[in-house]
Design a protein around this ligand. Structure first.
Ligand code: NVA
Length: 380
């Protein structure tokens, strides 16, 4: 049945079919969380974030980020896409469980990190792997409750909350003050990440949806048990594939500035510093998926102040349909490449919101895309 704006339905099988309904995050009350093992390991040694733990981000930066997010939501609405927004909780509140304590939380700009919409009609809350993000799903609960009321087929699922004791992290290695990028690259290549295999951990932004296949990055925020949990959770006709992108990324966190599918079979843009290794390319190549290097970012550094992500947010794009893609306005090389690849580019200004949790893909989560379950990898 065709999608109707008057009826809520949760369904999205992939990253590219026509987008009809989406969540766009908010910068409200975003905090720089206090020091904790996973976060400490993530922040680059030369980042201005080092030593800046704790506290609410300055109001003028929150206002500016919200202005950009509101404009993005308006742009999508003007194209007929239904847009919902989270309701921010008080991120200054500490979190205490029997297993850990943290003095504050993070924010609700990147719903993509928390919510995984798979097929019809499931939305799954990820375990998350940072203590400061343990309660982040609460920002989205008003929306998920509404979907549950309005879509009788909606399955609201939540992965088991992890305990996040110290056993989940690899001290002291990743917690030493100065590891150095070379050591980090070596460890990432050996798949020695900050998170251990104590219990299943995953962030939703480590998962890409290709119909019946899920492609999941094993790294800092998703461990092998998390991937196994996803495998056991979904029906057996789903397939879950583990990928890594060594040796180029010293902080392998979230797949969406590394590997970006644009349309079915198939075109994928891959970060040239984080190329999919030869031995993992087979399943794509055998099934007509072309993997091309992404264009260089337009910037040499992430936008200050206090940005967690790399300049490769240039390729953190939002595909609206197999011919149309939202690209950040200043990312002129990425836009030019998309145009050459036959995509219509919608420019969206977002750079001043990057520090709040990422780019155009990060700050959105699919509620509904057209299309049904397809097998894009018949030759496995
Ligand atoms: N860890 C990634 C961000 C993914 C959205 C990067 O900084 O490149």
């Amino acid at each position: 049945m065709a999608w109707s704006p008057d009826k809520t339905e949760v369904k999205s099988w992939n990253e590219w079919d026509t987008l009809r309904h989406v969540i766009v995050g908010r910068a409200d009350d975003c905090h720089i969380p206090p020091e904790e093992p996973a976060l400490d390991a993530k922040v680059p040694e030369d980042s201005d974030m080092r030593g800046q733990w704790g506290g609410r981000r300055p109001q003028e930066t929150i206002d500016r980020a919200n202005e950009l997010l509101d404009n993005f939501a308006a742009q999508l609405r003007a194209r007929g896409i239904r847009v919902d927004r989270p309701v921010s909780i008080d991120h200054s509140q500490p979190v205490t469980t029997p297993d850990f304590h943290t003095d504050s939380q993070f924010g609700c700009m990147p719903p993509r990190d928390v919510l995984l919409t798979v097929g019809g009609h499931e939305m799954l809350e990820a375990t998350m792997s940072y203590r400061c993000r343990w309660f982040e799903y609460l920002n989205y609960r008003p929306l998920l409750q509404k979907y549950w009321e309005e879509d009788p087929r909606f399955r609201h699922e939540a992965a088991p909350k992890p305990r996040l004791t110290d056993a989940d992290y690899h001290p002291p290695d990743y917690l030493s003050e100065k590891i150095g990028v070379e050591k980090r690259l070596e460890w990432a290549a050996e798949k020695f990440f900050v998170t251990t295999e104590e219990e299943p951990l995953f962030d939703a932004a480590d998962v890409l949806r290709f119909g019946r296949d899920l492609v999941v990055q094993h790294g800092f925020t998703t461990n092998l048990k998390g991937i196994e949990w996803l495998r056991r959770h979904f029906p057996p006709d789903h397939r879950v594939h583990t990928v890594n992108f060594p040796p180029g990324d010293p902080y392998p966190i979230h797949i969406d500035a590394t590997f970006t599918p644009l349309r079915p079979p198939g075109l994928i843009v891959n970060n040239p510093q984080r190329r999919l290794p030869e031995e993992q390319r087979g399943m794509f190549e055998k099934n007509g998926w072309e993997i091309v290097d992404a264009a260089q970012p337009a910037h040499n550094t992430p936008p200050p102040p206090l940005c967690y992500s790399s300049t490769w947010l240039s390729m953190n794009v939002l595909v609206l349909d197999p011919k149309t893609v939202c690209v950040e306005k200043s990312e002129v090389y990425q836009a030019e490449q998309m145009d050459k690849l036959g995509m219509e580019v919608v420019e969206v200004e977002l750079r001043d919101a990057y520090a709040f949790g990422g780019g155009l893909h990060c700050c959105t989560a699919d509620v509904y895309r057209d299309g049904d379950c397809e097998d894009y990898f018949p030759n496995l």
